[in-house]
Write a protein that binds this ligand. Structure first.
Ligand code: EPZ
Length: 430
């Protein structure tokens, strides 16, 4: 099983380029099915989740032409199947975006019910509530969600919980329903706006994305488009905290600073210098950071996908911090791994109490999920000594060239697959 081997203690210094937003790309790829014309999508991140979704799309008849590492031409004229195989949804939950797209265009979809995952139970009741409100019959049979409608009609839908996935999935289905749909209590994340902008570039009529009320006038047909995905604010924030935790100086390029406001605010609060440019942010941490309190909230609040990254940084800050995870019920698993590196942490329900220590010590740790895995790499980069991180396949789901980008900032990190490769790394760094 592949691991990262890391010798910590070097401040990260230099520049790093951010790729396209995984969570925008997943919705946009699914939405591309909704036209029979050819669609060009650029700034696609080359990460496992994207590649698996493209395979799932090919499996139902979408013609996928990867014209470069970060661009694809998609044509769905010959989609003959509206049933997605279980193997794809098992690999990535976001295959469920195919329900909204297929239901909107073909008025029928059969997609396996996604299971839970490492950060919580992840229900999709709100997605299904929205599809039913639009006139679809939705049943669950043999582990599959079967949604079909003779006719999709506009509706006034109120989401009980702010949900990125439900907002995007219902928006897609409603964009080709007859009539006017209002979705209330919507998610406002930048990737929700990006999917709405993509659909509008194909001729949809969606207003209000980015606010908590989205208004959609359904259209009969969507047409071709060329579209470039927004930069990934979670990848950007991950590198910003890597700079903070290693007392570095990093210019994070190709970002939209506005999408990073909550992250920037917390970095300033704990004592970093953050300088914003048109499409870059620079993070400098020259002295020991200090504690703060943070609670994860839907955008524009502090993102849950940035919770592990601030958690590991606060483990080194002066003072005691309180981190409250209000979105998912099981997103502190990494704290046990962090304690093995000498962190002083206590988790009580959805709250972690972190008492900062001067130094973390290297250890062998295990990535419990995508963002926590990236956060443990940050901890290892800050720790004294040589650490290894297991189960890095989670990290590869959402971070393209993660170790190469970190090496470009001076990190001593290698991806290894054997004890022999570990020995080679150790010989090289001594
Ligand atoms: C998206 O997940 C992201 N994934 C997650 O990022 C992110 O953590 C999450 O939004 C919150 O920002 C993708 O975009 C592919 P939600 P999603 O629906 O849409 C509850 C990453 O690291 N809920 O906004 O599944 C749910 O249990 C991943 O890239 C319902 O109760 O999240 C949670 O408590 C991890 N019923 C809350 O809403 C529903 O039908 C927010 O979940 C749907 C959600």
């Amino acid at each position: 099983m592949e691991q990262y081997i890391i010798r910590g203690g070097n401040p990260l210094v230099g520049e790093v380029e951010i790729g396209g937003a995984k969570n925008a790309a997943l919705g946009i790829l699914a939405a591309a099915i909704m036209t029979d014309d050819t669609v060009l999508i650029e700034n696609l991140p080359d990460v496992r989740d994207i590649n698996v979704l493209l395979e799932a799309m090919e499996s139902i008849g979408v013609k996928v032409d990867r014209i470069s590492r970060h661009a694809a031409l998609l044509n769905s004229e010959h989609v003959g199947e509206v049933s997605v195989e279980y193997e794809y949804i098992k690999k990535i939950r976001a295959s469920y975006y195919l329900i909204g797209a297929l239901l909107g265009k073909y008025k029928k979809a059969e997609v396996p019910l996604p299971g839970g995952c490492n950060i919580g139970s992840r229900p999709i009741d709100l997605h299904l509530k929205g599809f039913k409100a639009l006139g679809a019959k939705v049943s669950i049979r043999n582990g599959f969600i079967i949604a079909q409608a003779d006719h999709l009609h506009g509706s006034h839908i109120f989401l009980d919980t702010v949900s990125v996935g439900a907002t995007i999935n219902i928006m897609m289905a409603a964009s080709m329903a007859d009539g006017y749909t209002i979705i209330e209590n919507c998610a406002r994340e930048p990737h929700v706006v990006d999917v709405a902008n993509f659909l509008n570039s194909m001729g949809a009529n969606i207003k209000g994305a980015g606010t908590d009320v989205i208004r959609i006038r359904g259209v009969q047909k969507l047409h071709k488009t060329e579209y470039s995905i927004i930069p990934d604010q979670i990848e950007a924030g991950t590198f910003m905290f890597a700079a903070a935790a290693t007392k570095g100086d990093v210019m994070v390029k190709n970002v939209i600073p506005k999408h990073l406001e909550a992250t920037t605010a917390k970095l300033l609060e704990i004592g970093c210098e953050v300088e914003e440019f048109d499409s870059a942010v620079r993070v400098v941490a020259s002295k020991r950071l200090h504690s703060t309190n943070v609670k994860t909230l839907p955008y524009p609040g502090y993102p849950t996908d940035m919770q592990p990254q601030i958690g590991v940084t606060l483990a080194l800050a002066q003072g005691t911090s309180i981190v409250t995870e209000s979105i998912f019920e099981n997103r502190f698993k990494y704290m046990d791994e962090l304690a093995r590196m000498g962190a002083v942490v206590r988790v009580e329900g959805n709250t972690a109490i972190i008492t900062g220590v001067e130094k973390l010590s290297a250890a062998r740790v295990c990535a419990p999920d995508l963002r926590a895995g990236a956060a443990l790499v940050i901890a290892a980069l800050a720790a004294e000594g040589v650490s290894t991180v297991d189960d890095i396949i989670y990290i590869q789901r959402g971070y393209e060239c993660f170790e190469e980008k970190l090496r470009g900032l001076g990190a001593e990190i290698e991806r290894i697959n054997s004890e022999k490769e570990a020995q080679k790394f150790l010989l090289r760094i001594v």
